[in-house]
Design a protein around this ligand. Structure first.
Ligand code: NAD
Ligand code: 6OH
Length: 489
């Protein structure tokens, strides 16, 4: 049974209910998960409040940071355990999780401990009306008890991306992992206890959204802020819930991200980028590419090569050395993605690769498998080219001019990420600057520096995290103004 982690202890939820944690590779049961009741969320909030005002606040900054470095080291030491838990929950290739998810889980603690140790606050020296000097300086206080609501696609990576900076800033947290992927958040409790993080600093409550732990947590009157990663619709519901208590929110939401390929691009670089941005993690990355605009002279070449990549991907078990492509997260998500595969046909798209469910051996037949898919023939304003699918698929659409490409790329309510492929350095800068997104990559994709601002515009979110921007969300600035009355001698 996967348990809630409250006040430093693993506890069964008082709902008396449990739900299934399913392995999407073969539909098998990994574990039962104990669902938190409203009273458990109350307990977690009380524990987090006690820790916030007690042992956690009592630590000096350097001591707090040392504990976070120890958390990172312990995640590294237990990398195999985290890997096993993450891979079982998501079905993603071990290779991917071992290079991306688990190391980022550790880095998210290390980097933000570094950030808070090195950040300065502003100081101004002004003058009062009587001409005496006035010294102003800012203090950063933790925001308080922070609710962290997480999705299932990069569970440890995205949870620690919030928990790392929140704790570095002196907050305490209550995490609500996705019901699809509860394991690594629960395991992190062991790490917290092992390295001596005070009880109540890190808490985990399991359950669903409405009528369950997600709602109980985000509507709780005694939390101080909510940080959320997930669907735009869910984000909107949480913003509504947060308004009653006027809680600050940070929202990392969905995307419908374009890649723009100019005819002068190095096609090997393009293919390396698109292979990852369309298909990695079975397309379940918020930053992933689902619209590929290609300048007409290289359109056919890109379509052919991308279709070939899609055909070569080999679905299979996470630890199968011959496989490099996992299932979707669940049968339910598979149905959603397949409904878009059908819609693509209805909208006149041609699947030049994929378009359905692959034949799998009988031991994998109950998994949430899907074919990597490349469409041509879809109009830019078709639903398939406008709505977030969150699957391993893209529409490839030709364009002629740079201004047309820019109009197409920006013509979306979302604004999370984009990638541009060109060897023309002037165009690279010009185009990247004109994209209405939180992050524009040139000749690459998902290359992250955690000191940089990260977030989305439009329907892709509110706020920026990363580096000092995380501090803007996880701390409250107080200004101290001191009038200096003495005369200089
Ligand atoms: P989701 O919105 O369905 O669920 C996210 C979390 O919210 C889960 O823990 C869920 O239980 C909880 N939840 C659902 N309804 C809730 C409610 N009413 N109140 C409180 N909590 C609630 O998202 P998902 O399906 O887990 O993840 C996929 C989505 O996340 C995609 O849209 C993707 O683009 C987005 N995403 C965005 C980013 C980003 O950085 N912008 C990163 C990863 C995923
Ligand atoms: C979405 O699926 C990926 C988001 C990535 C980050 O938030 C990150 O910090 O790299």
């Amino acid at each position: 049974m996967i348990l809630n982690f409250i006040d430093g202890e693993y506890r069964e939820g008082r709902s008396g209910r449990s739900f299934d944690d399913i392995n999407p590779v073969d539909g098998s049961l990994i574990a039962k998960v104990s669902e938190a009741a409203r009273e458990d969320v109350d307990d977690a909030v009380r524990a987090a409040r006690r820790a916030l005002c007690g042992p956690w606040a009592a630590l000096k900054l350097a001591q707090r940071c040392d504990l976070l470095y120890a958390v990172a080291a312990e995640i590294d030491r237990r990398a195999e355990d985290f890997l096993a838990a993450e891979v079982a929950d998501t079905g993603k290739p071990r290779e991917l999780a071992s290079h991306l998810d688990i190391p980022r889980g550790a880095a998210n603690f290390r980097v933000f401990a570094d950030v808070v140790r090195n950040v300065a606050t502003e100081t101004f020296i002004g003058h009062a009306p009587d001409g005496k000097p006035a010294l102003n300086y800012a203090l950063r206080r933790p925001k308080g008890v922070v609710a962290v609501v997480c999705p299932w696609n990069l569970p440890l990576l995205l949870m620690t991306w919030k928990v790392g900076p929140a704790l570095a800033c002196g907050n305490t947290v209550i995490v609500k992992p996705s019901e699809e992927t509860p394991a690594t958040a629960a395991l992190l409790g062991e790490v917290m206890n092992k390295v001596g993080i005070p009880k109540g600093v890190y808490n985990v409550v399991h359950g669903f959204g409405p009528g369950s732990a997600g709602e109980f947590l985000t509507t709780h009157p005694d939390i101080d802020a909510i940080t959320f990663t997930g669907e735009t619709r869910t984000g909107a519901a949480i913003i509504r819930a947060s308004s009653a208590g006027v809680k600050p929110v940070s929202m990392e939401l969905g995307g419908k991200n374009p890649a723009v390929v100019f005819a002068d691009a190095d096609l090997d670089v393009v293919m390396a980028g698109l292979t990852r941005s369309v298909f990695e993690n079975t397309g379940q990355v918020c930053l992933g590419t689902e619209r590929v605009y290609v300048q007409r002279p290289v359109y056919e070449a890109v379509v052919q090569r991308l279709a070939e990549v899609a055909r070569q991907l080999k679905p299979g078990r996470p630890d199968d050395p011959a496989a490099n492509f996992g299932p979707l997260i669940s049968a339910e998500h598979q149905q959603k993605v397949l409904s878009y595969y059908q819609l693509a046909r209805d909208e006149g798209g041609l699947a030049v690769a994929g378009g359905g469910v692959p034949g799998m051996p009988s031991d994998l037949a109950r998994g949430a498998w899907i074919e990597p898919t490349v469409w041509t023939g879809l109009q830019h304003d078709s639903r398939v080219a406008r709505e977030e699918i969150f699957g391993p698929c893209c529409a490839v659409i030709p364009f002629d001019t740079e201004s047309e490409a820019l109009m197409l790329a920006n013509d979306t309510p979302y604004g999370l990420a984009a990638s541009v492929y060109t060897r023309d350095i002037d165009r690279a800068h010009r185009f990247a600057a004109a994209l209405r997104v939180g992050i524009a990559w040139v000749n690459t994709w998902f290359l992250r520096d955690l000191r940089t601002a990260f977030g989305g515009s439009g329907a892709s979110g509110i706020g920026r995290e990363g580096g000092v921007h995380s501090l803007e969300f996880y701390t409250e600035l107080s200004n101290v103004c001191i009038k200096l009355h003495g005369e200089s001698q």
